[in-house]
Design a protein around this ligand. Sequence first.
Ligand SMILES: [Zn+2]
Length: 224
Amino acid sequence: MRSWWSLGEGSGQPGSELALYQIECPFCTEKGNFKLAFHAEKKKPNGSKKLNFDTYECGSCAGYVQVLWSGSGFSGSHGLHSYRVQPFPIGKPEPSEKWPETISRFWVQAHENETNENWDAAAVMARSALQAALRNQEAEGKNLKEEIDDLLHKGILPKVMKEWADELRLLGNESAHPRDISNPPAEKDVHAVINFLDYLLLYLFDLPTQIQEYRKRKAAKEKE
Ligand SMILES: [Zn+2]
């Protein structure tokens, strides 16, 4: 965008009014539940273009967002508008599109629980993501420990990945099968195993596709 005056011109959302239903509260993640708390606008000198400066209050958590938005000159079905919101939601986990569906599902829940400081749930979901990833790689065994060992022996997991996988397995087990006296996992430990999980998925699913794409580009260049 070259200037704020081009906001909503040429590209944006359909409709000339703000698509408030799409805006997510950065504090409680509820979408579109907002009440206008403040409105101001600035008109372009000698034109009809208008920038809207709105502040909305979230009906769910009473947080505020500021929305700068503007519609194109057209109304109705030809209309377009675009907006910028601050603060925006932080740390919303986006799985790689290269990961199988089941793994992504557990991975998202691991990260969401980490963000919301539900340490037990985060550890258990990370463990499930790990197991789903290993089974996708055709790991064999009657439990996760054996599946990890199997992939080490098949050369699919390097030794350091095997060691981290064991630590993640143990941390997840503690929360999945609590004993009488059992503390929640330490925050630091949950961050560490989820960090490992991210590397593992990158290693198992992204790197193999990325090397293929890299070589395809190289081969295409050599043909030229
Ligand atoms: Zn909210």
